[in-house]
Design a protein around this ligand. Structure first.
Ligand SMILES: Cc1ncc(COP(=O)(O)O)c(C=O)c1O
Length: 392
């Protein structure tokens, strides 16, 4: 018998992995992934940028490089970030292999087995995966439409001393919620009182479809580790993300990163740098906003038209997901496996976003990577599956 690490033996078979496999089957409409629309990737421009890296940078671009990342790109990111009240310097930033690696670096740098971590309820599944090998105790902080509830957080902090709180304040995965300004202020006030470290994950902040922009927690409070990413605003295949934190934290993370992958793909970092300095990134983001907003609207209209009172949906002001609750159904995972999959439509059941694995009648539905026609047809299929449950 293989002598795996204990957390591997304790982890469950990947039901979600099985579902996601069916996303590639012919005729299946998948709302399950969190993928950006691939027809919108600036493929030709990025190809030119990679060519420029080879032509202009030469063999150095193919050499081993610094764990902290490609300096010109780091400096460019700093310029973008240094619009808040705080000044961040080069020593406060490390480039990572997507923000997912940022989560793993934080986990390895901070978590001892048995440590307590706080997360929103529900939260991003991939973060739970990044944390799990370190075997923390993950506690959910009650959250509502405006984000984490500060009074509940304070009650927890009176009794426990968690290593950090993980939050996605902008267009959260899975709920699409944005944390209101008042909540941000209240959260920071409570965090400050208890000297709580906050891990702020912000891959979706730029994908906003209504005029609403709040300061990052990083700009409001000192004790924050901030994760950024080019995945959702440029391309996830590049695997370029970054972490901003106090210099001391970044230097520990650099050491951890060396053990993990030495440094992140420097060709990709150089190409991203050519891209962002060749043409304003905002132009591309504006295009994404327009297309995604239209797809969100098609999805909301389709739910209103086809599922009526059966399904309660929110209206996310940004990001990639609608969060929906199916009335009169207990378990959306059962609904998916027994009914929706037969109608050739898939989504991610709510249970996966709760670390306690609770039964949930919610579902996360992605609208960014399907055409408007497929969005409408997919929602029709969900409605058809629901009507079959009802008449069963
Ligand atoms: C909240 C959140 N954090 C982090 C990630 C990881 O993104 P990446 O590693 O591509 O930057 C994702 C991806 O979906 C996400 O939704």
């Amino acid at each position: 018998m293989m002598r795996y690490a204990s957390w591997i033996n304790e982890s469950k078979e990947s039901f979600l992995g099985e579902i996601l496999k069916t996303a590639n089957y012919e005729d299946v409409i998948s709302f399950a992934g969190g993928l950006p629309a691939q027809e919108l990737f600036p493929k030709d421009e990025l190809k030119d940028c990679f060519n420029q890296v080879f032509d202009e940078d030469g063999p150095i671009a193919l050499q081993y490089a610094e764990a902290l990342g490609y300096d010109p790109l780091r400096a460019w990111i700093l310029e973008q970030i240094n619009v808040g009240s705080k000044t961040i310097t080069m020593e406060d930033l490390i480039v990572t292999t997507g923000s997912q690696q940022g989560l793993s670096l934080v986990a390895q740098t901070f978590i001892d087995p048995g440590d307590m971590l706080l997360v929103e309820s529900p939260t991003y599944l991939g973060a739970l995966q990044a944390f799990q090998s370190l075997k923390p105790k993950v506690l959910m902080v009650p959250s509502d439409q405006d984000g984490i509830i500060p009074e509940d957080l304070e009650e927890i902090l009176k009794r426990h001393k968690p290593k950090f709180l993980y939050v996605i304040p902008n267009y959260q995965n899975p709920t699409g919620r944005i944390m209101s300004l008042q909540r941000r202020k209240d959260l920071v006030r409570v965090a400050d009182k208890y000297n709580l470290l906050i891990l702020e994950d912000n891959p979706y902040g730029q994908l906003r479809y209504e005029d609403e922009k709040y300061p990052n927690l990083m700009d409001m409070y000192d004790n924050v580790i901030y994760l950024g990413s080019f995945s959702k605003i440029l391309s996830p295949g590049l695997r370029v993300g970054y972490v901003v934190a106090k210099k001391e934290i970044i230097s520990h993370m650099a050491m951890v990163k060396e053990g993990m992958d030495l440094f992140s793909n420097s060709l990709a970092q150089r190409a991203v740098y050519k891209y962002v300095t060749g043409k304003p990134l905002l132009e591309h983001i504006v295009k994404l906003r327009k297309v995604y907003k239209a797809r969100r609207d098609v999805m909301i209209d389709a739910f209103n038209k086809y599922t009526g009172d059966w399904v309660e949906i929110n209206r996310p002001k940004g990001g990639l997901f609608v969060w929906a609750k199916i009335n009169e159904i207990q378990d959306s995972a059962v609904f998916l496996a027994q009914w929706a999959q037969k109608e050739k439509v898939i989504f991610v059941p709510g249970t996966f976003f709760y670390p306690d694995g609770r039964i949930s009648n919610e579902m996360r539905i992605n609208f960014s990577c399907s055409s408007p026609e497929d969005i409408e047809e997919g929602v029709k299929r969900i409605a058809r599956a629901l009507s079959k449950v009802k008449s069963n």
